[in-house]
Each structure stands twice: as structure tokens, then as C-alpha cells.
Design a protein around this ligand. Sequence first.
Ligand code: AMP
Ligand code: FES
Length: 326
Amino acid sequence: MKCKRCRRAGAAVELPSHHAAFCPDCFFVFFRRQVTEGIRKLRLLAPEDRVLVCVSGGKDSLVLWDVLIDEGYETEGLYIDLGIDGYSDRSKEKVVAYASSRGKTPIVVELAKEGIPIPEAARCVRMQECSICGTVKRYFFNRVAAEGKFTVVATGHNLDDETARLLGNLLHWQRGHLARQHPLLPGEEGGLVRKVKPLWRVSEVETAAYGFLKGIDYVNEECPMSEDATSLVYKEALSRIEDRMPGTRIVFYQGFLDPSNPLRKGPEAAAADAARGAEDDAGEGVGAPQACAACGAPTYTETCSFCRLKERVRNARSLRAARGSR
Ligand code: AMP
Ligand code: FES
């Protein structure tokens, strides 16, 4: 099959949802256009932004970084080393290797050094690794961005991630979550930095194809602690629908983002909710965020959810040590 854009080279990527098939060069043009169109439509980024790209070592975030660098944005990459045996080192290697191929050095936060490596912290507080991992990652995304004077934090969530989350929120009628689900969460006074998801228009298959054809080396394995089986079920269901009816995912998500959709607040109106969500998913605060009494991070409670978690881990460790010495 020939590329439907240049009509010369052989097609390497077939995209039924766009009734298209592209050779590698034309696919790069198409993909970058999808991302820049997604940024332009929702005004996610401005040319003068300093972007902190959160890179996990997986394909989506490395591809995001690649596109933003090529589009001329001022970027730095942030990798959070979760302290997961083997997996975290392998992921960090991919991030460091990619960064150095672009003449950069990533910012690395090591949770072991911060006293809160995910596996041990989860054992201490008897919680699922992934639920504390979300709180800890959000905390450092914002803290590193605020301290480094970045104007925006970007993550690699793609169309499959966003539609799976939307389906889950709809099936359980999570009205609060629906109201604040958006690729743009504006910043707030008090140190909450704007957060964006510039890959919201591109699917996982498209991102994987871009990463592969560009020769980006990414970590292929899933996090061994990942228990998020429900989001995989939603992804599978949407993939089956997409296979039968190509283009359904983007129609589903764009319809949801339509400003006239009553289930959703506009990004500005959702900002306060989102800010509370960033600090604490179950946040109940009202008004502007205050400084956390322990670390100074923006929060709607006296101490932020990260400091409360750290305190619980500290207490559990002391208890164990006391029991051990008896
Ligand atoms: P996940 O929640 O694992 O699906 O990841 C969603 C996005 O969060 C990724 O595309 C990255 O942008 C970011 N992210 C996840 N894990 C890390 C990490 N360890 N360090 C930095 N960013 C991360
Ligand atoms: Fe959160 Fe694995 S524990 S990504």
C-alpha cells in the first residue's frame, strides 16, 4: 500500500480511524500536527512557556518530550525514581539515555533519598503501591516545577488513557471527577503549577509507532506494582469498539470536552477542584490553597497529603523499631 499523503513511498503505519496510511516521514508530520493541533485547540502551551516534562521511561512521555523539543519549546525532563527493585533503574536508564541523545540531563528525584520509596512506604501504611504512588508523584511534579520556576507541567497521558478514565468515571457516575477531567488544569495562586496533557488527541498505537519509527528506546514492561486492572478493562473494551468502529475514541472524548457539555466545568471553573485533586483526591477544601504547615506546598488542609503520608510512614517505622528492640 502506498502512503496516502505523498503517494510515493510505501505505507508503514495504517490508521483506520483517520482513513489514512503513511510512510514514516509523512507519519511524523501527521503525528506532530495532531499534537500541535491538540495544544493549539485547548491553549495548553504558549511559546514562552518553560515546560517540565514528566518522563517515566515509557513510550508516551519520551515521545512527548521528543515532540516538544522538536517544536522548539524550552523543556527539562523530570524522572521520579520510585525505588522499585530493578524496574526503577531500568526506567531511569532509558530516560537518561534519551535525554543525553538530545544534549540534556534529566532532573531526578530519588524517593529512597526522600525517605519514601514506594514499596516500603506501601508496606508501612498497608496501602496499594499505586494509590500512594499517585500522591507522591503529583507532589513532586508540582514541587520541582514550582522550585525550578517552570510555568507548566506536562505528562504523557494519551487518548487511550483519557478515554479509559472517562469511561470509568461515567460508569460509576463520578460527577466530581468528570467535572475536572481535562487536558488542561490551570495553575492557582499559592504555588499550584498549570498541568497539561498534550498527547490527548493521539492514541497509544500512534504514540508507539512514533516512538518505534523514531528509534526512541523506551521501557516496555509495566510497573510490577501496578494493580490498576480496572483501567485495563476499560481500555480493552474501548479497543474492541474502536476496532469495529474506527474513530469512536476521539469522537467520545471530543464530545466530552465540548464546552456545552453540562457534565464538565470549563477549565477555569474546574481549576479549584483540580487543584484540590492534585493535592488530595478526596480533598474537600474551599477557597484558595494555603501553605502546608510542614513543607509549604499548596494544600486545602493544614498539612498536605504528602506530608501526612510521610508522617504515617515515619510512625509505622518507629513502631516497628520499638517492637524490634523489645
Ligand atoms: P501513569 O500514571 O504511569 O500512566 O503515567 C502517566 C504519566 O505520568 C506519564 O506519561 C508520565 O508523564 C508521568 N509519569 C509517570 N511515572 C513517572 C515517573 N516515575 N517519573 C516522572 N513522570 C512520571
Ligand atoms: Fe505507581 Fe507502579 S506503583 S507506577
